[in-house]
Design a protein around this ligand. Sequence first.
Ligand code: ADP
Ligand code: ASP
Ligand code: MG
Length: 406
Amino acid sequence: MALIVQKYGGTSVGTIDRIRNVARRLIELQNEENQVVAVISAMSGVTDKLIALAQQVMPNPPAREMDVILSTGEQQSIALLCMAITAEGYKAKSFTGAQAGVRTYGSHTRGRIENIEPKLVKSALSEGCIVVCAGFQGVDADGFIQTLGRGGSDLSAIAMAAAIKADLCQILTDVDGVYTCDPRVVPNARKIANLCYEEMLEMASSGSKVMQSRSVEFAKKFGVVFEVRNSMNNNPGTIVQEENHAMESLAVRGVSIERNQARVTLSGIDSSVAHSALILTALAQAEINVDMIVSNTAHDGIARQSFTMNMSDLGAAQATLKTILPKLGEKATMESEGGLAKLSVVGVGMRSYAGVAATMFQSLADAGIPTGMIATSEIRITTTVEAGDIEAAARAVHTAFSLDAV
Ligand code: ADP
Ligand code: ASP
Ligand code: MG
């Protein structure tokens, strides 16, 4: 008998018919002599609707109350799924995050999982129930509800698999697995059979939202091997696990895109000031995440620094930086630009291949696509492009690295 955790995302439980489909799949799994724990997202669109509802009351609702309202989306879907399983004549029990023993810490709407105490989950399994847990939520040390950031049900599933020492953890979604690029953007993208945690992490954090990046970090830390696969068929998916030699045979394994990016550049900075510390501390205090950071070497005592961020943070970043501009020097000025996107190539093989950046930028040049800021890690190269160029850029780079399906 195996213990299996399966997570179903919003589209997979988006209608009553799809909830019935999930119920049948879970029952089949149990009939094959397995113990089954399902982790479920809210029906697709529900979380967005709850956010919109809250914002009708006030533009920036308190994060604590956002958690209270956001967690209701998953509470609906777990109850509906348990009803669908019961209607088929099988035993099921739903669990909110608190009931499943998910203890969180950190800020509201951005909670992190501290640990899971799955006592009630285990006893329901021993009673022969299919266990259905709400994803995306837990409770903090004071018993207050916290949600885990958008896409957070992936994290719930991986943490649950670690806590109950599941034999198998599967993330069921609306595509067959992790592709060489978002198949909605590059139609001839290919499904990747195996990825290592680092590659999945770099892809997820550079825009491939098929997995929430924090869930991948958690899987890496606790060695949870998982498979991403389709909830509408039984095709083999993508296994995400520790790195192995086969993964190094290709320099680039995936291409990610991220839209809605903005750039801010501070020029004329007096280089005798500890400007990086000043700028980045001010932004951190305003809870603004910056991503690509490029500093030019100072000439004649004058420095320049640029960084990218999400478009939604641009207004707050400009307001914050305006207040520290005088501290950066008399000649310091700020300039910014929205309407950007980021394009990344990822692969552990990049460590041992030369010329990956050359191929990437040559293919963009050949396609007539201008590039902007560049950032790299050991296994990723990222550039900004104009938002309107991002799809053509992704296709050009995908072809250049021979990733197209044949
Ligand atoms: P779920 O609701 O199941 O959590 P998501 O919408 O979060 O599903 O993730 C699945 C979507 O991720 C796909 O429909 C696809 O458009 C998008 N996606 C982005 N990048 C990739 C990629 N590299 N491979 C597969 N899907 C991707
Ligand atoms: N319902 C949440 C969201 O839409 C969590 C999830 O789907 O993973 O972000
Ligand atoms: Mg998701």
